[in-house]
Design a protein around this ligand. Structure first.
Ligand code: ADP
Ligand code: MG
Length: 565
């Protein structure tokens, strides 16, 4: 590694550039040694003052960072410590508008913005820096202050143990490690999710993810029938609600907290920082939220379990459309999730297509099966579990049809959960005349995406960008990901784009391998020692590492996707 040091360091170089044409920042690309063992590396310079900020990394060597080894001696602990460090760095850097540190929200994800090295405990912060300019000229003194004074001070205060709050760092790491251990314990306990007693599920507002405050917030408590105690590495025994495998129905009147519970389970696939309220809410890692999304495109999905005999006679065993309806979009999303390996599905009546969920006895009498192309989920949801090992947690306050097929019926009443399975059985024993229209879920047909149809380049250059949390720009494709609800934030949308690029680049998608097999290879890359670095090699920018399910969901929404079956 080329390193320039001594008195003629970065500070002098920047001062010398004062007043020079802006483009000459490029000449500084590379690593620079600063006093105290710090390294500042200009990874990518800015072309002009109005371009996206330059990319800079600052690295503090292990002996200087000096975090106790037990805060970083496993992948989970390193992710947690990096999460703790990057939050402090973002706070320290906040007064400087030119420094852009991506700390994310309350979820603790593997992010490119901060990493702790497994070998030596060194800490690297990667950030955007708007390099100072006056018109098209370099402001050398301002740049010197930013990179040689402010940035080292941020590193000193945030990336070093000496300046950090030792107890807070330890609590952060313990919280994340407990959460990850809880999630890992679920399959062995026969559970799909767990909500600890005392968890605070409601959020402050629809646009503010902090926990709701005030005297009227009801902490979660377990109903007797579902009470489980789990042993966690730091917290010890923790008691709460275990949601068992199978078909679980959540009923209750409107505004009683059903959707809030389901949303907590949705984000339970990730760990939360201390103070979030959902630190001890966990869902199995292979949990996928399914919803209706009319207008999305669908490419060659076998949806005949749900949709048959469409008006134009299109083949629903090999179904494509540029413009799905509510029901066909939800059917496709469900089949795609199972194809990608989901073993737990979450569905909320608020965002589901009613005609895909139910058809009651009277409607069955009026519109005969011969004319109705849809088989509602109520007829196949048992088979999904029995024959395919796919559990479902379903919020449904408006129809009793699911009472017959649910293994468990839970009721939310004024934010309190109770088990009403026995009562539901008695109610369901009174016949409604409804007859199932399907015996079983037939399983999914695997598809092999054609990498050429996913080209991540535009005019010969790689292009991966997020438009907020809503859209992924991949090459010439604009992919609408608004309905992919478990995406954490805009940086994770970027992570999805980079992962798709990686799938193509590494040949994991080769036109023959199935999507599920290619995702296995991606998981191996991202979960292995390479981790974040695999995506950093595609492009060094702010991103969060995505799950395979969101990568698949984005791929499935690419218009013009081509697949073989
Ligand atoms: P439902 O899906 O049953 O109609 P929601 O989950 O949408 O109900 O919740 C309705 C309202 O109640 C929301 O404003 C939510 O923030 C609030 N809420 C949910 N859970 C709690 C709780 N445990 N304590 C206080 N308020 C809550
Ligand atoms: Mg609701």
């Amino acid at each position: 590694m080329r390193q320039r040091e001594g008195r003629d360091g970065l500070d002098r170089a920047l001062e010398r550039l004062d007043g020079a044409p802006y483009g000459r920042y490029k000449g500084l690309v590379g690593p620079w040694k600063l006093p105290g063992g710090l390294t500042v590396e200009l990874i990518r310079a800015q072309a002009d003052p109005f371009a996206p900020p330059a990319r800079v990394a600052v690295r503090v060597p292990g002996e200087r960072a000096a975090f106790p080894r037990d805060l970083w001696d496993s992948p989970v602990r390193r992710r947690a410590l990096a999460g703790y460090v990057v939050r402090r760095a973002a706070r320290e850097a906040a007064p400087e508008r030119a420094l852009r540190v991506d700390a994310g929200g309350q979820e603790v994800l593997d992010r490119s913005s901060c990493a702790v090295d497994a070998a030596d405990g060194s800490v690297t912060l990667r950030l955007g820096v708007a390099l100072p300019g006056q018109g098209r000229r370099i402001e050398g003194r301002a740049a010197r202050r930013l990179l040689c004074d402010v940035l080292p001070r941020v590193a000193e205060r945030a990336l070093c143990h000496a300046a950090s709050d030792a107890d807070a760092a330890r609590e952060f790491v313990a919280t994340v490690e407990d959460s990850a251990a809880l999630r890992d314990a679920l399959p062995g306990l026969g559970l799909v999710a767990f909500v600890a007693d005392g968890a605070l599920l409601p959020r402050r507002t629809g646009a503010d993810d902090r926990p709701a405050d005030g005297a009227d917030v009801v902490p979660f408590t377990a109903p007797d029938a579902l009470r489980v105690t789990v042993q966690l590495p730091h917290a010890g025994p923790v008691t709460g609600t275990g949601v068992p495998e199978g078909v679980t129905l959540i009923v209750g009147s409107g505004f009683h907290g059903k959707s809030t519970l389901l949303r907590a389970l949705e984000t339970g696939v990730r760990d939360h920082e201390p103070g979030d309220g959902r630190e001890r809410v966990a869902a199995r890692a292979d949990t996928v939220k399914i919803r209706a999304e009319d207008g999305r495109s669908v490419t060659r999905v076998d949806v005949h379990a749900f949709v048959d005999r469409l008006p134009q006679g299109s083949d629903t065993r090999d179904f494509s459309t540029p413009n799905a309806s509510g029901s066909t979009s939800q059917a496709a999303s469900l089949c795609e999730a199972v194809e990608a390996g989901a073993r737990v599905l979450l569905i909320d009546e608020d965002t589901a297509a009613t005609n895909l969920m139910i058809r009651d006895a009277r409607m069955r009498a009026l519109v005969s099966k011969e004319h109705e192309p849809l088989t509602p989920l109520v007829d196949t949801v048992r088979s999904l579990h029995r024959d395919h090992g796919v559990s479902t947690v379903l919020v449904m306050g408006g129809s009793g049809d699911y009472l017959e097929v649910a293994d468990r019926v839970l009721m939310m009443d004024a934010y309190r959960l109770s088990d009403v399975t026995e009562r539901a059985r008695r109610v369901a024993a009174v016949p409604t005349g409804r007859r199932a229209e399907a015996e079983s879920f037939p399983g999914v047909v695997h598809r092999s995406p054609d990498p050429a149809s996913l080209d991540p380049t535009a005019r010969g250059r790689p292009r991966v960008r997020a438009r907020g949390r809503d859209q992924l720009v991949l090459g010439e494709h604009e992919v609408d990901v608004r309905a992919v609800e478990q995406l954490a934030d805009a940086q994770q949308v970027v992570g999805v784009g980079l992962a798709l690029d990686l799938l193509v680049r590494r040949g994991h998608l080769d036109g023959r391998r199935s999507l599920a097999e290619a995702l296995d290879l991606l998981d191996r890359d991202l979960a292995g020692p390479e981790g974040v670095a695999a995506l950093l090699a595609v492009r060094d920018e702010d991103f969060a590492v995505p799950r395979r399910f969101e990568v698949a969901a984005a791929l499935n929404r690419v218009r013009g996707l081509k697949v073989r079956r």
